[in-house]
Design a protein around this ligand. Sequence first.
Ligand SMILES: *Cc1c(COP(=O)(O)O)cnc(C)c1O
Length: 399
Amino acid sequence: MTQVRQAPVPASKTMGEPTARGRFGEYGGRYAPESLVEACREVDEAFREAWADPGFRGELAELLALHAGRPTPLTPARRLSEELGVRLYLKREDLTHTGSHKINNVLGQALLATRMGRRRLIAETGAGQHGVATATAAALLGLEATVFMGERDIERQELNVFRMRMLGAEVVPVTTGSRTLKDATSQAMRHWVGATGDSHYCVGSVVGPDPYPWMVREFQRVIGEEARAQCAAALAAGVPEYVVACVGGGSNAAGTFAGFADTTARFVGVEADGGAGAARGSLGVLHGCRSLFLQDGDGQIVEAHSIAAGLDYPGVGPEHAHLRDLGRARYDTVSDGEAVGAAVRLARTEGIVPALESAHALAWVIRAAGDGGLPAGATVLMTLSGRGDKDISTLKELL
Ligand SMILES: *Cc1c(COP(=O)(O)O)cnc(C)c1O
């Protein structure tokens, strides 16, 4: 059975700032070469200053409203809720410009880069979603963008490569290792070493060296804060009993959870069974950060495999590892097949084709509603992290 009935969660002050050493519990930190440690320190200082400045906050809020289409609606999934016997509400990140929550983070980092006097953004991308979002934000703010992408992913994601180039970004093929996301990230970090003076490294999730896991969560907090206010208006109890989101690195989940950290809502993060970090990873260090990763007996990182490219990361952000240890959030996995089934079900009951990443969160809700993991009538907030347009050809081949 889907184990979800945790003990009642005390409202607590989790999801605040990391410690002075950039830690969430025993996770996080800044495991990077000397020059990058200094560059991260500069990003940290600039971010703290900007985040405390109402002028920066106002400018970002305006960008999110006028360019990204915020606030996004909270949609009751009426027909599906009736079938499942729970009350499911969807936070609609699929309706943002570029089609996923990634735009919230890149607009924040691009604005920060401008404030720091940087003229170029460096990013890594797997399937291209974060690369497209970065190229979009760069174009909007008049910055250059250099996106590192594994050679294999370039072959698989032709359309996103074209999209990035159309937006004016330079796409650099990465030919080392498995020629996918893990190597693209390593290459982007190496490139940043030689370019810290004029370039900002725009990390795509709540991973990487401090302050990125914290900063990216803060830029995604807008999801949770909007949802909190919308739930206060839509639900008799004011807060949902369960808050569910898919977890790749964990940014849409962290941003959603942050809005409900001081409530008794139970948090569930759903990982792909081929990419699980918090559900069944072990302690390690990758890309500048100590967290939970999929590793073999020698501590070598194992390639992740998921039908959802955004969940194809062999680990999870440090704060999720910490939330797991605290028992504040629980993490479960879903298979490719369950996710595809959930995508079809949402399409047919609600008229929404979700991204395959988001379909993982929904598949968990469907499974838990069916096997008693979710009590009958439970109120569930689920973040629909993105739209399914990018997955249509994958779905077409399968169905
Ligand atoms: C990238 C992506 C994800 C996974 O990233 P997180 O940092 O875990 O949120 C989830 N959904 C969509 C639609 C994505 O593009």
